[in-house]
Ligand binder design. Structure first.
Ligand code: PLP
Length: 221
């Protein structure tokens, strides 16, 4: 009997299928495995199956967990997908290979300084508050042009735009809007789509899908 597909294999298949339907290449959709709250023992099996891009939302937690994992597997790319305080910019630039939560001018300044100090150039996604939700991170759509100008002016390497659409309503219009904003601003990357909606995001142009619970199971917190 064949053993059942692992969660990672299932997600890879679903990404490939969605890309195919969209007339895209699955190689153009990067899977970012969101390992926040999950211990190293839960992460190792994914690394063993070839997964190399992971996402965390807390600088401290990521630093503690990934020191050992990175020694075991040096070619990991770590993405920050959570709000970043300016006073942690240095640590974030040392630790992460991509920062997906650049959302304000003060953080542009802090990250540019951190990249200067550390000599590391870390690509950033500008996070857009795509549903204009007051409690959510991300820059307002109206402020996006200015923020992009500031980031470009400060020499920050920009990978694209990122969003987390509002919960519990159809995400497609928000994904379509992020895709349009990225196109308008000449940006290649669109980080959008999570466990519950990544196929829709791929149809609408996602280049990075951020998947946690569908790979690792539900988070405790
Ligand atoms: C936790 C998180 C995810 C993953 O969410 P799932 O629904 O578990 O796939 C993706 N993006 C961000 C920004 C997150 O904080």
């Amino acid at each position: 009997m064949e053993s059942a597909a692992t969660p990672l294999e299932q997600i890879r298949q679903r990404i490939a299928q969605a890309a195919k339907i969209a007339g895209r290449r699955s190689a153009d959709v990067a899977l970012v495995a969101i390992s926040k709250t999950h211990p190293a023992e839960a992460i190792r099996p994914l690394i063993a199956q070839g997964q190399r891009i992971f996402g965390e939302n807390r600088v401290q937690e990521a630093a503690a967990k990934w020191a050992a994992l990175r020694e075991e597997c040096p070619d990991i790319a770590l993405h920050l997908v959570g709000q970043l305080q300016s006073n942690k910019a240095d640590e974030a630039v040392r630790l992460f290979d991509s920062i997906q939560s650049l959302d304000r001018a003060s953080l542009v300044t802090a990250l540019a300084r951190a990249m200067d100090r550390t000599g590391r150039q870390v690509e950033c996604f500008v996070q857009v508050n795509i549903g204009a939700e007051p409690q959510k991170g991300g820059c307002a759509i109206a402020e996006l042009p200015q923020l992009l100008d500031a980031a470009r002016g400060a020499g920050i390497p920009l990978a694209g735009l990122m969003c987390v659409p509002p919960l519990d309503i159809e995400p497609a219009p928000f994904f379509a809007l992020l895709d349009k904003l990225a196109a308008d601003h000449g940006m290649a990357g669109r980080s959008m789509g999570m466990s519950n909606d990544f196929e829709t995001a791929i149809m609408l142009g996602a280049t990075h899908v951020r998947i946690g619970s569908a790979l690792f199971g539900q988070r405790a917190g």
